[in-house]
Design a protein around this ligand. Structure first.
Ligand SMILES: Nc1ncnc2c1ncn2[C@@H]1O[C@H](COP(=O)(O)OP(=O)(O)OP(=O)(O)O)[C@@H](O)[C@H]1O
Ligand code: SF4
Ligand SMILES: [Mg+2]
Length: 332
């Protein structure tokens, strides 16, 4: 893969394992997660609370909070391995090559500095431009993300902006150094419903203009349906299914995805599709043997309780971790 850097996907995550050592043993929060993000692609990442979405993002950008750690696996950015970089190099890569947008805009903004100072500092840290040039760029960015009267508002402090406007500022900040990838973790969950779609739209448009790929973490399937090219479904720290968003939504193959899709009111035409999956996702210290979904699965087979299914390649570039699609067993 590294030898073919230009052919490699923008981001490649391979067999990523994240663990938390605790007094009662090691908890495995991500278990061999593998996926790629292509150049310019929007990958949606869904799954119920605690599935490991945020940890996946944090592991990629080197922001796992100790004692959480990458126990094994690899992360490659454009053919360069980045999971084992020294702290300082990782810090520089963050912001420059990977931008971040979190749920709460205030985690990304310093309340003591004007928006101008934060944007200009970010631009000048990563790019060789004059102060005036950096300011012009900053105003242009604010204007692009939809801040009215950007040339004047740039000298305001974060608290002068509404929640939605503040998240636009964060998007401008995340894109200030022209990163190749933006990781957005529930970027609109904390915002008023009326502005959520606008913020997602601006994020998607501006990344598309700049050719930046996006990893969009959310539990909102409606947002994924409208925004993502492909979608990855996580369950109990494992990838259940990944593929083109239309295919996965219209014809989910993994029984868990099928249940998840059945519980999206916005995409549900009839009441009978609103199938609830009985039970709940297991805690990390009680993940069942075999397929993690087996106690809740309506189609469980005997081997599901014993052997863990790996991702199986399906038509159209989809992959599904489920024994129902095991070719050898079907042929037999
Ligand atoms: N510091 C920690 N110590 C132990 N377990 C942790 C720690 N941080 C996270 N976890 C566990 O890792 C799992 C995945 O957490 P993560 O935050 O990635 O979930 P998520 O999919 O982002 O959920 P949400 O939708 O609620 O944001 C959860 O089971 C969580 O309890
Ligand atoms: S592997 Fe078995 S238990 Fe798991 S989703 Fe497929 S059929 Fe259900
Ligand atoms: Mg999360």
């Amino acid at each position: 893969m590294p030898a073919l850097a230009d052919k490699a996907p923008l981001l490649s995550v391979r067999d990523l394992v994240v663990e938390f050592p605790t007094r009662r043993g090691v908890l495995r929060a991500l278990d061999k997660v593998s996926f790629d993000i292509a150049e310019g692609e929007v990958l949606g990442m869904v799954g119920e609370s605690g599935a490991g979405k945020s940890l996946t993002g944090a592991a990629i950008i080197g922001l796992l909070e100790p004692p959480g750690r990458i126990a094994s696996g690899e992360v490659w950015l454009r053919g360069e391995r980045i999971d084992n970089l020294p702290r300082e190099r990782m810090r520089r890569l963050r912001g420059r090559r990977i931008g971040m947008v979190f749920q709460d805009p205030l985690t990304s903004l310093n309340p003591l500095y004007t928006v101008a100072r934060q944007l200009i500092e970010t631009i000048r840290t990563h790019m060789d431009v004059s102060d005036t040039e950096a300011r012009n760029r900053a105003v242009g960015l604010l204007d692009r993300v939809g801040i009215p009267a950007a040339a004047r508002r740039i000298d305001d402090y974060p608290h002068h902006f509404s929640g939605g406007m503040r998240q636009r500022v964060v998007i401008a900040l995340a894109l200030a150094a022209e990163p190749e990838l933006v990781i957005a973790d529930e970027p609109t969950t904390a915002l008023d419903v009326s502005v959520q779609a606008q913020i997602i739209d601006v994020l998607k448009e501006i990344c598309a203009e700049r050719g930046a790929s996006v990893m969009l973490i959310t539990h909102d399937m409606g947002v994924i349906a409208e925004t993502a090219d492909r979608v990855a479904v996580l369950y109990a720290g494992r990838l259940a299914e990944i593929g083109p968003v239309r295919d996965v939504i219209q014809r989910a193959e993994h029984p868990y995805t099928a249940g998840l899709m059945g519980s999206i009111p916005t995409l549900t035409q009839t009441a009978e599709r609103l199938t609830q999956i009985p039970g709940s996702m297991p805690r990390l210290d009680a993940i069942p043997k075999g397929c993690a979904f087996n106690p809740r699965c309506p189609r469980v087979l005997e081997r599901c309780r014993i052997e863990r299914p790996e991702l199986i390649a399906r038509e159209g570039g989809r992959q599904v971790a489920c024994w129902l699609y095991d070719r050898e067993a079907q042929d037999a």
